[in-house]
Design a protein around this ligand. Structure first.
Ligand code: UT7
Length: 333
């Protein structure tokens, strides 16, 4: 058993998640697009995804997941002294979504900001929070991955609309004095040259929203799927290899691997790289589709609630997304 020590003395004290009520199955798309349940299942692994109601937003999803995580941690809003919302789909350009969430949860004066790192967002958030928490500067951080990608989905584009769902996954990170627990490895990365492999062309400062951009549907996501697929597989293999090599942990010591959920075939390739049985790799893409920043938080919360992971277990989190961005975290719960 590897006795690798924590580099940040923080543990996941609570988790929470939330998905909107409306479920969209593959038959929904079959009704008006040239696609099929078979194609979607075989190429992506997706059966259903959830879509936000008109009154919901990234902040409202995040607030509910955050509320559940604080409760699960046995804490009150007053105990939270740092709030980070990781999202690619903020409620507004100005101000930060984290401020809306902080206010809705009744958290007073805690620094609150957003991180935009697409599907790697939650792991970027945990990494930033854990550094900020060093030497006890912050005691309990609330980090939430929340996205409403369906709001940026072109439902006439069969190559993307079948992929995405909305959701939020939250963690409360707290200080620990136990030297055997905590974050034992983290690595972030990005490569901006692949900007157009997955992007929303208009609505930002480069191409502000106008009647023209709306007519051309430029405020919806565009993806070069195959290109992204290859980048994701290659990078994720490198990331898991490097995490194991650096820590000296062997793959069979891992209790659970939670990869970002963008395609079942990408998840399978990570599983076979690590030579792990199916029950050691978390999969929720079948139910939720690609929920971007939320996917790892959703899976983490479910795994804890199902008792698949508990205190002392070694868990590997690995993400890859638009940007392109990537992130790995290994922690002993
Ligand atoms: O979260 C961020 C990271 N995201 C990713 O990493 C996503 C990576 N990419 C993917 O998951 C996959 O590339 C997709 C699921 C997006 C697409 O799967 P693919 O196996 O790469 O399909 P493809 O793009 O190579 O398309 C194959 C065929 C094409 O038809 P032709 O040109 O062979 O006649 C597409 O037009 O499948 C067609 N196609 C569809 N057919 C039925 C594309 N979308 C659909 C569809 N239904 N929904």
């Amino acid at each position: 058993m590897s006795d690798v020590k924590a580099i940040h003395p923080v543990v996941i004290r609570g988790t929470g998640s939330y998905v909107p009520e409306e479920v969209i199955d593959n038959a929904f798309f079959e009704k008006y697009l040239d696609t099929s349940d078979d194609w979607i299942k075989q190429r992506t692994g997706i059966d259903t995804r959830h879509r936000s109601a008109a009154h919901e937003s990234t902040a409202t999803l995040a607030t509910e997941a955050g509320r559940r995580a604080i409760k699960d941690a046995g804490l009150e809003s007053a105990d939270i002294d740092l709030v980070i919302v990781c999202t690619a789909t903020p409620d507004y350009s100005i101000p930060m979504t984290a401020g809306l969430v902080q206010h809705a949860l009744g958290i007073q004066n805690a620094p609150s900001f957003d991180i935009s790192a697409t599907c790697s967002g939650l792991l970027y958030g945990i990494t930033v929070a854990s550094s900020m928490m060093d030497r006890g500067a912050y005691k309990n951080a609330l980090i939430i991955g929340s996205d409403t990608l369906t709001r940026f989905t072109d439902y006439n584009d069969r190559t993307t609309c079948i992929l995405f769902g909305d959701g939020a996954g939250a963690v409360v990170l707290s200080q620990t004095t136990d030297p055997d627990r905590g974050i034992i490895y983290q690595k972030l990365g990005a490569d901006g040259q692949h900007l157009k492999s997955f992007w929303v062309p208009a609505g930002g400062s480069r191409e502000p929203a106008s009647a023209g951009t709306v007519n051309e549907r430029l405020h919806f996501m565009r993806m070069r799927g195959q290109e992204l697929f290859k980048l994701a597989v290659t990078r994720m293999h490198k990331m898991v290899d490097e995490a194991l090599r650096t820590t000296g942990v062997t793959s069979d010591e891992l209790k659970l691997v939670i990869p970002h959920q963008s395609n079942k075939r990408i998840i399978e390739s990570v599983r076979s790289r690590l030579k792990l049985p199916e029950d050691k790799v978390a999969v929720n893409i079948d139910k939720y589709g690609n929920t971007s920043s939320a996917s790892i938080g959703l899976a983490l919360d479910l795994a804890r609630r199902e008792g698949r992971i508990s205190e002392g277990d070694l868990v590997l989190l690995v993400a890859f997304g638009a940007g392109v961005s990537w992130a790995t975290i290994m922690l002993r719960l």
